[in-house]
Design a binder for this molecule. Structure first.
Ligand SMILES: *Cc1c(COP(=O)(O)O)cnc(C)c1O
Length: 398
């Protein structure tokens, strides 16, 4: 079923294509898709200029830090660039403290075990934020820890973790911070002049609204220089990729040329929208429209308002006996919206992403569709089980 055109700035995806209310891959613009219709030679000057533009534009998103930071893109999905960051920046005799409150924290810890480097974890479960005071205590207790990894937005619950207090605690203890900002970079401010860190990673198919195929690290040049010879991997060696790019302007191995072309288009649109502030404002409006509308139907969010990210929102499944998530999913899809299953271990839930090439007019229709789907299923209220709500602790407790 084709989506009608909703507003001139954010026309519906191509005929019959549903909106992806998922945190990447996500709905991209026609211009981004169009940019993939041409073939590029990876060694050619035109493509090398595109690589240089991509690196410069990404660096600009961090502010005036060209002298101290550099950008290194690397082939693969987001997890590849997380592995590249950990294997390149945590030395063999170092130790990483992972601040985990969901699937991506867990994956990072697993990556460290897999590549044979020391790791310890503060595990806050499904949705509680790791706090600065906990980092301070953990670093005091274990002098072997050299680096801390924070997940900026933990996409499995949608929580926006407090990176400022984490950075302050990390550097007060003389350690170094790495950030997985996969799903937040480009829409949530991260200013290295305020929030200190060594490196941050993200990927092409999240808030910049490109298509999947590569990730990138924005790192201090001192960290990149120190990474020489440190990687466990030939292809995920950030220093080697950086050195080759600096020398030849090329990616070390075959780059995803069409994805890069699409990403440059996406970066131009990001700038035209007002950069990080403009993108963040649209996503926050998407979230606010979604949350208010869903609450009016009786749905409850997992997180209290002050921890809700503008990226993705987790809702509890309704307690009504006629509600079945697979059916709800299919009915939403028939109305042109792909939503996302939940990832909580304790309670039944689902997620709706706020990112991608869509605005609050689309979100209004998402809420209408959710109401229609409930009616189709014979669910007269979306209220979740009371005890699920009781379990939802005040997330500012340590
Ligand atoms: C998307 C994402 C990743 C990477 O996932 P891939 O599936 O490998 O792209 C890592 N961390 C976070 C927080 C993410 O949202």
């Amino acid at each position: 079923m084709p989506n009608p055109v909703l507003s001139s700035a954010f026309p519906a995806p191509m005929q019959g294509e549903p909106y992806l209310l998922t945190p990447g891959p996500l709905t991209t613009s026609a211009d981004v898709k169009q940019a993939m219709l041409r073939d590029w030679g990876s060694w050619d000057g035109d493509f090398r200029a595109m690589t240089a533009e991509l690196r410069a534009r990404l660096l600009d998103l961090l502010g005036p830090v060209k002298d101290s930071f550099d950008c290194v893109p690397i082939q693969g999905s987001g997890s590849y660039v997380v592995e590249a960051m950990l294997g390149s920046f945590v030395p063999w005799d170092g130790k990483l403290l992972v601040l985990s409150n969901g699937a991506y924290g867990k994956r990072a810890a697993e990556t460290m075990r897999c590549i044979g480097r020391a790791v310890t974890v503060i595990d806050k479960g499904d949705y509680l934020p790791p706090r600065g005071i906990e980092v301070t205590r953990a670093l005091e207790a274990d002098p072997d820890i050299t680096h801390v990894l924070a997940i900026h937005c933990e996409t499995s619950s949608g929580i926006l973790n407090p990176v400022q207090e984490i950075a302050d605690a990390t550097y007060a203890a003389g350690r170094k911070l790495l950030i997985d900002s996969m799903s937040a970079f480009g829409a949530v401010e991260l200013d290295p002049q305020k929030t200190r860190f060594e490196a941050v990673v993200s990927s092409a198919n999240k808030c910049i609204e490109g298509v999947p195929g590569f990730g990138f690290v924005l790192a201090r040049k001192t960290a990149l220089e120190a990474a020489k010879g440190n990687s466990h991997s030939l292809s995920l060696d950030l220093h080697a990729q950086w050195a080759a790019m600096e020398k030849t302007g090329q990616w070390r191995f075959t780059p995803p040329t069409h994805v890069v072309a699409a990403f440059i288009e996406a970066l131009k649109a990001h700038a035209a929208e007002g950069g990080v502030a403009g993108r963040g404002a649209r996503y926050r409006r998407n979230r606010d429209t979604l949350v208010a509308g869903m609450r009016a139907l009786g749905f409850e969010t997992l997180l209290r308002d002050d921890w809700l990210s503008p990226i993705i929102v987790t809702f509890f499944c309704p307690a009504h006996p006629a509600f079945e998530f697979p059916r709800f999913y299919n009915l939403m899809k028939q109305r042109g919206f792909i939503i996302y299953p939940g990832k909580l271990t304790e309670a039944d839930s689902f997620r709706i992403g706020c990112i991608g090439h869509l605005d609050h007019h689309v979100m209004t229709r998402v809420v209408q569709a959710a109401g229609d789907c409930l009616r189709d299923m014979g669910v007269d209220t979306a209220k979740p089980l009371g005890d699920v709500l009781d379990q939802r602790m005040a997330p500012d407790t340590v």
